[in-house]
Ligand binder design. Sequence first.
Ligand SMILES: [Zn+2]
Length: 120
Amino acid sequence: MSVQLDNLTKLKQDTSAGGLIVNKMYFAFVMLLALPNSYSNIVDTILTVVEATALEPAAIHQKIISEEACCKSNPSAAVVTTSASQSRDKGKKKPSKCHYCKRDGHWENECRKRKKDKGD
Ligand SMILES: [Zn+2]
C-alpha cells in the first residue's frame, strides 16, 4: 500500500514538474497556431512578450482579446501601411499620367484630347 502511495505521489510530482506545464504550453501553442493569418501580428506580439514557459491558455486568451481590442480601436493602422506601400510602388514605376485628361499611359504633351481641344 505504501509503495502504491509512493508511486502515486511520485507520479503527481512528475506531472506537476513537467507534464502539466508541457500540456499547458502545448495547448497554448495550439491556440496560437489555430488562429487565422490575420492574427499573426498578435501571435508574434504574444510570443515576444510572454515567455514560453509562462504560456498558458488563459493568459493567451486574455492577450488575444486585449490585442484585438487594440487593433479594432485603431483600424487605420493597417490601411495606412497598405496605401503607403502602394504609393511607394507607384513612385518607383513613375507611370505617365496626363494632367490634362487625368488618364494614365501618356503625358500631357502627348494628349489626344488636349490636341483635339486645341484644334490641331
Ligand atoms: Zn490626356
